[in-house]
Design a protein around this ligand. Structure first.
Ligand code: INI
Length: 230
């Protein structure tokens, strides 16, 4: 199912790949297990520290309660809907990130029909489409997938800053979680390490973050403790 979704003809060439980088990508495709290494299982326990703004994910039974309500997003995404925006630039990497995201959504109970995917030319185009999807009212969350590689461009900073600021704006200006799944790396090798290689798959992590944030916003809104999407 995932492979079928990824069988998309890419007509925009990405930067030239060294044979080493191509081999690394092939190895990642052939070895599926690294994609699994980052998943949080639904049985993972969560604790929220009242002294820290961060919700900590721990395999722990410790509970830390604040005086009022404590909200923690679930990582079970059944019945939730998500949008994915993917940059075609460096698609050797972004297709692997997308594959990680789709696998991760499936593992966390999100139905394949509940995921829409939009392709854009490069990471600089992620903000517009993710914001439009976030404001559509159709999604619990949107994830942005891209790979910006410093070695490949002199306008690395411009693309990274544009994507980062734009995605932040998409989420704060919509009230819908828009998750940053954009790799910013010095080399293609570092990017592939994070796209199913030895450092895991950041696309998969972005999907879990979207489920957790979508669930958190749903529960806080249901309790009247967060504003509806705006
Ligand atoms: N887009 C990327 O997603 N990654 C890159 O590494 C990159 N480089 O190297 O330039 C890149 N550039 C294209 C950019 O995102 C826009 O598509 C383009 O500038 C048109 O707006």
């Amino acid at each position: 199912m995932v492979a079928a979704k990824l069988n998309v003809k890419m007509n925009q060439p990405c930067i030239s790949q060294s044979s080493h980088v191509k081999r690394l990508a092939q190895t990642i495709r052939a070895t599926k297990s690294p994609l699994l290494s980052f998943y949080h299982t639904p049985s993972t326990k969560f604790i929220t520290s009242p002294t820290s703004p961060h919700t900590l994910r721990r395999n722990s039974t410790v509970k830390v309660n604040a005086g009022g309500d404590t909200f923690v997003g679930s990582v079970i995404g059944t019945g939730m809907r998500f949008g994915i925006v993917v940059a075609r630039f460096n698609d050797l990497v972004t297709k692997l990130l997308l594959e990680g995201a789709l696998e991760s959504f499936q593992r966390h109970g999100v139905g394949t029909d509940d995921i829409d995917v939009a392709w854009v030319p490069g990471s600089f185009e992620l903000p517009l489409v993710s914001k439009a999807m976030a404001k559509s009212g159709k999604y619990d969350g949107v994830i942005c997938i891209g790979a910006v590689v410093r070695g490949a461009t002199t306008h690395y900073e411009a693309v990274v800053n544009g994507a980062t600021g734009g995605i932040l704006n998409a989420t704060t200006d919509s009230g819908v979680p828009v998750v940053f799944g954009v790799l910013t790396c010095d080399t293609m090798e570092q990017a592939l390490d994070r796209a199913g290689g030895k450092v895991g798959n950041k696309g998969g992590e972005a999907a879990v973050t979207a489920v957790e944030m979508g669930s958190l916003m749903r529960s806080m809104r249901a309790a009247g403790k967060a504003a509806p999407p705006w």
